[in-house]
Each structure stands twice: as structure tokens, then as C-alpha cells.
Design a binder for this molecule. Structure first.
Ligand code: WT7
Length: 650
């Protein structure tokens, strides 16, 4: 099942040799110098207890830990016996150290409406929200699902959960009704927090209507809390549905953050794997807090007056760690922007940068490539001189896009950090530090403090410089996932069972003689479409659920903008005709628009081995328009390949 699948732009990276030194003035002021990185990295591996004690002690604990790490492979407990509260550290602690009047969030809606929250104001809102949740019967350990647009209430609800020890599960607002109800049921959530509607590209996304539909099959849900975002008409079911603003208005102002065990569950976030069912990645309080606190401060060289903008939605891990928790733990000012990068036009992001004097921008390669396509003239119309540092995340960035980002958006004066990590890792694992390291475009760089990694063969042999293999992490780190919610066996198998005694990331990578790691992409049946993870099996299950489809196989095809796009091979049910537009609409309804196939190939047979296994390797070649390579003799009927290659996609 595990095989590397290099794509075209990754091939280009193999020939990339540029080394770009960080600008001298950036280096002169940087929080972490080259020497400092070397010293701290060495300490983090040689004396991890001392290293992590140092970092964790910068935050407030109501009870100190008695042991830094308890590792019973594959289960880690960090800061054992310690008690703390993440929301306290993100808010109260900052107010207590004099940042009460500093802006925590600058939120801008798609329509240009701006709302700001100081640390003191945000704390006040979170306290009220915490009381509102308690009033609705949510108690410590209960699960709460969030299905919201990127409005301040999303972050407030997350922090309120963290404050009372409820476990949040954020479901991206672009997911479908059935994706939502599956996730509510998997977590047995008691409460759903949604909005009347979200605004997207000038239109409305009817979240409450979806929530109502989902709630027909979610027996554990007791209440739905509804944020009024769009002001549109929604049906409110008496006894079940409550308006957010009314609940908060009726809630008490005072709330003391609950003292929670370091290993108290903080959140579940669903992500796609190589089976049809998404995994609920579980993160816990203390370790996740320490990991996001450390990486936000050091990777982004964060200082007092920065305006930090991570463009991710809170529905993804990037939004959790670098729009909400990491920046707040550092007392930073963060921009939250509700809309799409191209509405009403492709200048929208640059308008936000100019208007709020953003100093650090963290976005995805797919967005960068889309901007690049629109040309240099659009960003040139805006004043981007406030920017001092740029970040990239979510998928490999091709050197061309890296160079464009640095030159056109960064004006040649901003370092670019390419950060590799995952929903499971909780925080950044691989990057360069902007004032310490030269960049090699296309290569994420070096391990963060405490991260010991290796490139291995499938049977656990460590590979030397420049050999391609599997990316693994050799020891536990504080912000690692603790398990797959409700399925510890899957956790063991997926992450610690592929190669003995190491964490298997699911990515292919190689490391050069300087230690720089280049991540080339997934080695499992997971696609990365515009920086979003999608399981091929998930899309296949959706397709075969359609009455006109007998069988389906989904593969990725390299795409200039999205990184990868979805190609579906579909076998019609005897005598039926498959309507491509109907299938696309069906997948959108079943999973969400992000899983919509870009190309559909209607087939009369799929390439299978005699034992009935679909050979996706050949389908990938056909989808990419490449000649068939490899041994076709194990196929039941090799002539299928030629017929497929000649069938035009619809
Ligand atoms: C997968 C994780 C946590 C970031 C948001 C995505 C790919 C992520 C990079 C990068 C190359 C990257 C990997 C990884 N990926 N960042 N800088 N360079 N690949 O989180 O949805 O959990 O996806 O995204 O394939 O395994 P995610």
C-alpha cells in the first residue's frame, strides 16, 4: 500500500539548488540566532526534561508537574500531574501582565465589517460564553461540535470550551450535512454551535439548515447554539435551539478557569486517512499548549508590535494552532479574515494586509500559486511594506511559487518559512527559523526543538543524505496526538505500527547533507487538494453510494494551482447512464465541495489484479496522461489500461 508517488513539481525540486540567506537586518534583530538554534536544539535532544521544563515554566500552572514525560509506547503523557488551563494562559495571564488593552483579534468580514477585541474584551466574552455553556448543561469532558464560519464567536467558543474543560470538535463550515452528522456521532457531542449562515463569495452558506438536517440523526445532541451572523431567517426549535447572543446576555460575567490535568482532552479534529472513515485526532491540554506557544514565538520571530495573520479557517489544525491558540498564548495581535482570497477580486488579501498593517503572513502554496497566476500587477496596487516575514504551510511549495512569494509579496526583504506539520503533530515540526537559517526553496528545512526525525525505508532502515524514503519521528513530542478518538487500535496501527518504534507521518521525504528535509507528499491513499487532506476511499464511498455507480476508484493528478486534484474512475451500474454533473453535485452533498472530482472517467472496467485489488498506480498514470509504466502482468485484463487511456474525461 505504501509507495512514493512523485509529482511533476516535485521532480522540479530535485534540481533545485538555490540557497537564500536571510536579510542581514532581520538576522541582526532575530529572536533566535543560528548559534542559539544549535544550542537549544542540542539541549532539547540531550536533556529534554530541562528543555521542556524551561519552555513550560514560561506559562502558568496551578499545580506543577512531577514528571516531564511518561512514555509507554505508543502513549505519551506530558507534564504528568501538572494542572493548568489553556484559556487562562491565552487570556487571563496576558491581561494580568498588562496586555488588557492590547488587541487580541482584528476580525474582518467578507463584506468589510471590522470588529476588534482587546485581550480584556476577549476574556470577558469567553467568560460569558463559558457560563452559557455551563447553563446549557455542558460539563467537564463533554464534547461540543462547532460548525461555524470564521467569525470571532468561533474562537470564543473554542476558548470557552477550553476554559471549562469541554472538548471541542470543529467541523469546517464547508462540510456537508452527512460529514457533520458523522462527526457529531463519532464524538457523541452534546452541544452543537453553529450560525444562521456564513458569507462566502457574496452568497450565503446555510449552516443552520444543514445543522437541522444533521440533527435528525444525532441522538446525543441536546442543544444547538446559534450565532446570528447573516441575520437571515432560520427555524428555531423550542427547547433545543438557543441564540448565542441571548445565551451570553443571560450568562454571568465571572468565571474562574477550571484547573485541568495536563492530559485533559482539549479537542478532537477530524482528518482524512486511508480508509473511508475520517479519524478524530485527539489533542490534550498541557503538551499542545506548550508546543503551540513555543513554535508561534520562535518560528514567526514574534514581537510585541506584530500583526500576525494566518489565513487558515479555524476548521483546520492550522487555524486552531496559529489563528487562535499559539498567537494568544504569546500575547500577539491576530487578524481573522472571514472571506475568500478572490472575492470580490484577487486584491482582497492585499487590501487586508494594507488596511491592518499585517507584519507576518502565513498562508498556503495553493493560494500563492493562484495569486501568481493573476500576475504581479494586482499586489503592486497595495502597500505591503508592513510585511516582514512570510510563512507557507499545507503542502509542498514549488520553488517558483516560493520565489514569487518572496519577491512580489515580500518585496525581497522578508524571509519565507516553509513549515511542515500535520493535524496529528499539533504544531510545526520542520521549518527554517527566519533569522537563523538560509532557505532552500522547496525544502521545509530543519527540525524544531525536541523533534528528532529520520528518513527510513519501510523496514525501518535509516537512509543517508539525498536518499528518498519515509519521514518518521523518533521520539514523542509534547503536542503530538494522543490517540484516535474512540479507536486506539487505529492510532497504534496507523502511526506506530507501520515501522516499529517510530511515528510514521505518511509522507515521503529526503534529507540533504546540511540536514534540510524536503517533503515530497503523501505515500498513502490520501490526497492533498489545495492544502486540504482528502481520503480517496472517502470519495469512493460517496461515489458508490450513488444509484448509477457500480464501482469507483479515485486518484490524484498533479495540478498547477491546487497541488493535486481529484480524478474519479467510475463504472456505471448495469444499463444506467452516469451524469457527471449529478455525480459532482452528489459528492459535494455527501462530503463537501472540496471533494468534488475535477475529472470523471466513465469506464467499462477497472484495472484489477486477479485477486480483485484495484491497481491505483496505473490509474494515477492514466489520470496524469502519462505512459503506462510498471509490470502489468499481474492484471486480470491488461487491455483495460489502453481503453481507459483513450477514454476522454468528462
Ligand atoms: C499533510 C498534513 C498542518 C498543516 C496543514 C495541513 C502536507 C503540510 C507541508 C509542507 C510539504 C506539507 C503533508 C502532511 N504538508 N505542510 N510545508 N511541505 N507538505 O495539515 O491536513 O493534517 O495535512 O499536509 O503531506 O502530511 P493536514
Amino acid at each position: 500500500m505504501t509507495q512514493t508517488q512523485p509529482t511533476d513539481h516535485i521532480d522540479n525540486m530535485l534540481h533545485e539548488t538555490r540557497v537564500i540567506e536571510p536579510p542581514a537586518d532581520f538576522v541582526a534583530r532575530a529572536r533566535v540566532s543560528r548559534e542559539e538554534y544549535d544550542r537549544r536544539y542540542r539541549q532539547s535532544l540531550d536533556d529534554p526534561d530541562a528543555f521542556w521544563t524551561g519552555v513550560a515554566s514560561e506559562l502558568t500552572w496551578t499545580q506543577p508537574w512531577s514528571q516531564v514525560l511518561d512514555w509507554q509506547e505508543p502513549h505519551a503523557r506530558w507534564f504528568v500531574g501538572g494542572q493548568t488551563n489553556l484559556a487562562y494562559n491565552a487570556l487571563d495571564r496576558n491581561v494580568e501582565r498588562g496586555l488588557g488593552n492590547k488587541r487580541a483579534f482584528i476580525w474582518e468580514g467578507e463584506d468589510g465589517e471590522v470588529r476588534t477585541y482587546t485581550y480584556a474584551e476577549l476574556l470577558g466574552e469567553v467568560k460569558r460564553a463559558a457560563n452559557a455553556l455551563l447553563d446549557l448543561g455542558v460539563t467537564v469532558g463533554d464534547r461540543v461540535t462547532l460548525y461555524l464560519p470564521l467569525v470571532p464567536e468561533a474562537a470564543i467558543a473554542m476558548l470557552a470550551c477550553a476554559r471549562i474543560g469541554a472538548v471541542h470538535s470543529v467541523v469546517f463550515g464547508g462540510f456537508s450535512v452527512s460529514a457533520l452528522s458523522d462527526r457529531i456521532n463519532d464524538a457523541s457531542s452534546k452541544l452543537l454551535i453553529t450560525a444562521d449562515a456564513g458569507q462566502r463569495r457574496g452568497g450565503l452558506v446555510n449552516l443552520k439548515a444543514n445543522a437541522d438536517e444533521a440533527a435528525k440523526s444525532t441522538p446525543t445532541l441536546e442543544h444547538i447554539l446559534v450565532v446570528c451572523r447573516a441575520g437571515c431567517d432560520v427555524e428555531m426549535q423550542p427547547d433545543r435551539d438557543v441564540w448565542w447572543h441571548e445565551a451570553l446576555a443571560g450568562a454571568g460575567e465571572e468565571h474562574e478557569a477550571a484547573a485541568l490535568d495536563s492530559e485533559h482532552p482539549l479537542f478532537v479534529l477530524y482528518t482524512s486517512g486511508s480508509t473511508g472513515k475520517p479519524k478524530g485526532v485527539l489533542h490534550t491540554t498541557g503538551g499542545y499548549m506548550v508546543g503551540t506557544y513555543l513554535t508561534t514565538g520562535t518560528v514567526f520571530d514574534l514581537r510585541e508590535d506584530d500583526i500576525f495573520w494566518c489565513t487558515a479557517d479555524v476548521g483546520w489544525i492550522t487555524g486552531h494552532s496559529y489563528s487562535v491558540y499559539g498567537p494568544l498564548l504569546n500575547g500577539a495581535t491576530t487578524v481573522l479574515y472571514e472571506g475568500a482570497p478572490n472575492h470580490p477580486d484577487w486584491g482582497r488579501f492585499w487590501e487586508v494586509v494594507q488596511k491592518h498593517r499585517v507584519t507576518i503572513l502565513y498562508t498556503a502554496p495553493t493560494a500563492i500559486r493562484s495569486f501568481m497566476r493573476q500576475g504581479d500587477a494586482i499586489p503592486a496596487q497595495y502597500d505591503l511594506s508592513s510585511l516582514r516575514l512570510l510563512g507557507s504551510v499545507g503542502e509542498p511549495i514549488n520553488p517558483e511559487a516560493w520565489m514569487w512569494y518572496a519577491r512580489v509579496i515580500g518585496g525581497g526583504r522578508c524571509p519565507v518559512v516553509d513549515t511542515w506539520w500535520q493535524t496529528e503533530t499539533g504544531s510545526i515540526m520542520l521549518t527554517t527559523l527566519p533569522g537563523a537559517h538560509a532557505s532552500k526553496p522547496g525544502s521545509a528545512g530543519l527540525p524544531m526543538f525536541g523533534i528528532e526525525l529520520a528518513i527510513m525505508t519501510h523496514d525501518g532502515q535509516e537512509l543517508g543524505p539525498d536518499d528518498g524514503g519515509l519521514l518518521v519521528i523518533k521520539r514523542p513530542w509534547p503536542s503530538m496526538l494522543r490517540t484516535v478518538y474512540g479507536d486506539d487500535e487505529r492510532y497504534r496501527k496507523t502511526y506506530w505500527g507501520e515501522i516499529p518504534h517510530v511515528y510514521f507521518a505518511g509522507d515521503g521525504a529526503r534529507r540533504d547533507a546540511d540536514g534540510y528535509v524536503t517533503v515530497v507528499g503523501r505515500v498513502d491513499d490520501v490526497l492533498n487538494v489545495s492544502g486540504h487532506r482528502l481520503g480517496t476511499m472517502e470519495i469512493e464511498s460517496a461515489l458508490v453510494a450513488h444509484p448509477s455507480v457500480a464501482e469507483a476508484a479515485v486518484v490524484g493528478r498533479p495540478d498547477e494551482v491546487k497541488g493535486e486534484c481529484v480524478v474519479a474512475f467510475v463504472l456505471p451500474q448495469g444499463g444506467q447512464t452516469v451524469e457527471p454533473h449529478e455525480l459532482r453535485a452528489y459528492v459535494t452533498r455527501e462530503i463537501g465541495a472540496l471533494a468534488r472530482p475535477d475529472a470523471i472517467i466513465i469506464a467499462d472496467a477497472l484495472p484489477k489484479t486477479r485477486s480483485g485489488k484495484i491497481m491505483r498506480r496505473f490509474l494515477r498514470q492514466i489520470a496524469a496522461g502519462q505512459p503506462i509504466q510498471g509490470d502489468t502482468s499481474t492484471l486480470e485484463d491488461p487491455s483495460v489500461l489502453e481503453r481507459l487511456a483513450e477514454t476522454p474525461a468528462v
